[in-house]
Ligand binder design. Sequence first.
Ligand code: SAM
Length: 205
Amino acid sequence: MPLQDHWNSLYQKAQTDRLGWYESLPQPSLDLIEACGLPKDARIFHAGAGASTLVDALLEAGYSGQIACDISAEALQKVQDRLGAEAGKVAWIVDDLTQPAQLKDLAPVHLWHDRAVLHFFTEEKDQQTYFDLLRQLLQPGGYAILATYNLRGVERCAGLPVKRYDASLLTEKLGPGFQLRQAFDFTYHMPSGEERPYVYTVFQR
Ligand SMILES: C[S@@+](CC[C@H](N)C(=O)[O-])C[C@H]1O[C@@H](n2cnc3c(N)ncnc32)[C@H](O)[C@@H]1O
C-alpha cells in the first residue's frame, strides 16, 4: 500500500484519542518550545503534524506562525475540523518529507518540530532527504526539536519498521553547525497504557 494511503487509513479508522501516539496535552514539546523563547509570530514548522493537539495548544498560547505538514490529508483535516475558524491561523501543507514538492519552496522557519515522524524513515536516502530539507529550511539561530523512539524503543510502530536514535546519532545526522541544547529520555504512555520510550532533543543552529 502506498505510504500516504497507509497513514490516511490509520487516521480514518481510529478516533484521534485512540491513536497509539495521541497526547491530550503534548507537554514535553510545549515546554521545549516555550524554552526556545521565540517571538509569538515565529514560523514554527510541524514536520508530520498528524492530528496532534500541539497545534491547538500553540494557538492557545498565542503563536501565530504555525505551518503544519503531513503526508496524510486525513490527519490534517481532523485538526482543521477540531479548530474550526481558528484553522485559518495555520498554514496547512500535504507533502512527503522524503520526497518534498511544495516544501522545497517554503520560506525559512525559526523552529522545526518533529515528534514521532523521523523514526519511520528507515532508508538512508529518506533520512538524507529529510535532513537536507531541515538544513534548507531552518534559519541560522533557529531550533530543531526532534523526538523519536530511543534506543530502548520498539522496532515497529503503526505497522511499519522504525529506526531508533539517541542524541549523538541525531547530532551526527544533523552535521556541523548545530549545537545540542537539551536531551532527555521520556516515557510516553499510549492510550492502551503501554509504555514507549522516546528521546527528546533540542538543537540550535
Ligand atoms: C506517529 S504519527 C505522529 C504525529 C504527530 N507528530 C504527533 O506527535 O502526534 C507520524 C506522522 O507522520 C506522518 N508521516 C509519515 N511519513 C511521512 C512522510 N514521509 N512525510 C510527511 N509525514 C509523514 C504520518 O502521517 C503521521 O501523521
